[in-house]
Design a protein around this ligand. Structure first.
Ligand SMILES: [Zn+2]
Length: 110
């Protein structure tokens, strides 16, 4: 288990813990021309390895990643970029709206 950080405003999503707390996801992508290697980053595993307070900015994450395809081919394997993905519909409803929907379903069933 791990403790998620408190979310404070103005919002700044700058750590792995905050990304997890807000339901964000991340992919790591090789930037070498023609490679196309891309994979989803397991943020929980990454947080356990380097810390949930660790920065999630590319310049601070890059040293922890390499491209396996380029390493196998003998190319520069450290040109890795990241794409942050926000929580989107249908998983991003406001809690109140979700609760209203649950109550409607409950009324119909009951
Ligand atoms: Zn590559």
């Amino acid at each position: 288990m791990f403790k998620l950080p408190e979310i404070t405003y103005p919002l700044s999503i700058d750590t792995i813990g905050k990304m997890l707390a807000l339901g964000h996801e991340m992919t790591a992508n090789c930037l070498n021309t023609g490679c196309g290697q891309s994979s989803r980053v397991n943020l929980v595993a990454l947080g356990h390895r380097i810390g949930f307070d660790h920065s999630c900015l590319a310049q601070n994450l890059q040293r922890h990643f390499y491209c396996p395809k380029c390493r196998a081919a003998g190319r520069d394997d450290k040109r890795v970029g990241f794409i942050h993905l926000t929580l989107s519909n249908p998983h991003s409803e406001w809690p109140r709206e979700r609760e209203q929907w649950r109550q409607q379903i409950g009324r119909r069933a009951g």
